[in-house]
Ligand binder design. Structure first.
Ligand code: FES
Length: 67
């Protein structure tokens, strides 16, 4: 069995919420800034309403995002 650090990174759409990133990936924002995720789990906004894009801040619950 692989440990979390040995697994390849994955991205999964959370029902009615963000994309969940598991593992280390490089995210490039709209300004070209490169951000390396080093946490075991990160969340990317999928609803477009987050105040801290590209990350999810939980606003999807307030705006009633479905997807
Ligand atoms: S998906 Fe969570 S704030 Fe957009």
């Amino acid at each position: 069995m692989c440990t979390p650090s040995e697994r390849p990174p994955s991205i999964e759409a959370y029902p009615d919420g963000p994309f969940i990133i598991r593992g280390t990936v490089e995210v490039v924002d709209e300004s070209g800034n490169r951000i390396v995720t080093r946490r075991a789990t990160s969340a990317l906004c999928r609803c477009g309403a987050s105040a801290i894009k590209p990350w999810c801040d939980g606003t999807h619950k307030i705006v009633g995002f479905r997807g």
